[in-house]
Write a protein that binds this ligand. Structure first.
Ligand code: PLP
Length: 396
């Protein structure tokens, strides 16, 4: 190869491999290449026919996404899971990759807001009928089934009231009815619950939340037990372009390494904060599945063991927006942000964010007043966190 000094400037675009030696990098390299060059047409044939492994075009797959998928597969005890550009991409690819016009889907009535929106606003345009039912009540789920029901989609722990689905009942129901059971495992995480191991067909994550854990990437994951279903989801996702970016996959991989440690600490904090809030004179009620006063405590213990999660909700005795606003403003170190799973604790107010689209009556039916907060507990020191809440509540 020429040393380049005597070449024309245009020669610069002739790409050269990175210099390698006898040592290797310890950290996963980021591979931003969108295209991959094959050495021959015969090799390309063998790639497309699955006889040789080789990437072709990043929308169809790339090394950073694959590596991240294999790591989450390990946690979920899944095989062949797929990384997508967001959690909603994972939800959408699962439904739209597997269902078609004339099919019916039953969703949990407290699914993530955008999942509910997809069900209520979008699926009908594609001829997919939808119903929602209460996943804590397996008889209500059964009553929602129709002959053309093809899928049930539930979350194990709902947002923001932290109700716990009757997973054993729903798994048995799906099996008996021959319906695909998809579980959005974002809140629970595979530390607390492994849907495929328990008998569900599909597990879904917003990797954006606890798995990546630092609020700096938007990604999703889906794995199906049946390879044919996985391929249908993959083909749909690739066709409509739900591609994850290599940089984001790399960041999520880095975050994932500390996920089990973060989750352990955040859960311990959540339990401590929930108990502290429950004793506070300005707090009307606390919702945490790990507390014996939670309506689904026994169900939670049977499903997630001791892994009750990092989410705590509570309601002020003064259940007005003005009181809630004073709390927000008096606790500036608790970012008022409608997300979850960050290393730092964040505070959300469902009535003005995730559930603002509902009527006041609709919110009341779910138990979400203007004084209702949802806390995504992080990994700070618990006494620091309690001091922040002390300051916030003092202003109420
Ligand atoms: C955030 C979230 C989603 C959507 O994930 P994005 O990465 O934001 O698209 C889906 N389900 C649940 C339970 C979530 O919390």
């Amino acid at each position: 190869m020429s040393d380049g000094r005597n070449e024309k400037p245009g020669t610069l675009v002739r790409r050269m491999p990175l210099r390698e030696g006898v040592s290797r990098p310890v950290v996963t390299p980021i591979q931003p290449s969108v295209v991959y060059a094959s050495p021959s047409i015969a090799t390309l044939h063998s790639q497309y026919e699955g006889r040789a492994h080789g990437y072709t075009y990043a929308r169809e797959g790339h090394p950073n996404a694959d590596l991240l998928a294999r790591k989450i597969d390990m946690l979920e005890e899944a095989e062949g899971g797929l990384i997508l550009g967001s959690g909603m991409a994972a939800v959408s690819a699962t439904i739209l990759g597997l269902l078609g016009a004339g099919d019916h889907i039953v969703g949990g009535n407290q699914l993530y807001g955008r999942s509910l929106r997809l069900m209520h606003q979008d699926l009908a345009r594609f001829g997919i009928a939808t119903s929602v039912a209460d996943p804590t009540d397996v008889d209500a789920m059964r009553a929602a089934l129709r002959p053309e029901t093809k899928m049930i989609l539930v979350e194990v722990i709902s947002n923001p009231t932290l109700r716990v689905a009757d997973m054993a009942g729903i798994i048995a129901l799906a099996q008996e009815a021959g319906v695909i059971l998809a579980v959005d495992n974002t809140f629970t995480t595979p530390v607390a619950y492994k849907p495929l191991v328990e008998g569900a067909d599909i597990t879904i994550h917003s990797v954006t939340k606890l798995l990546a854990g630092h609020s700096d990437v938007t990604l999703g994951y889906v794995a199906a037990r049946d390879p044919a279903q996985m391929k249908a989801i993959y083909d749909f996702a690739v066709t409509v372009g739900m591609t994850p970016a290599p940089n984001e996959c790399w960041l999520a991989e880095r975050g994932l390494y500390t996920f089990p440690l973060r989750f352990e600490k955040a859960q311990a904090n959540a339990a401590g904060l929930a108990d502290w809030l429950a004793d506070h004179p300005k707090v009307a009620r606390v919702l945490y599945p790990g507390r014996s006063d939670h309506p689904d405590h026994a169900m939670a213990a049977s499903i997630v063991g001791q892994a009750f999660g990092n989410m705590v909700s509570f309601e002020l005795k003064d259940a007005t927006e003005a009181a809630a606003d004073r709390m927000v403003q008096a606790a500036p170190d608790l970012p008022f942000a409608p997300t979850l799973g960050d290393v730092g604790t964040t505070l959300s107010h469902p009535a003005s964010s995730s559930h603002r689209g509902l009527t006041a009556e609709g919110r009341a039916a779910l138990g979400i007043s203007d004084g209702f907060f949802r806390v995504s507990v992080g990994i700070e020191d618990l006494d620091l966190l309690i001091a922040d809440f002390e300051g916030g509540l003092a202003a109420v």
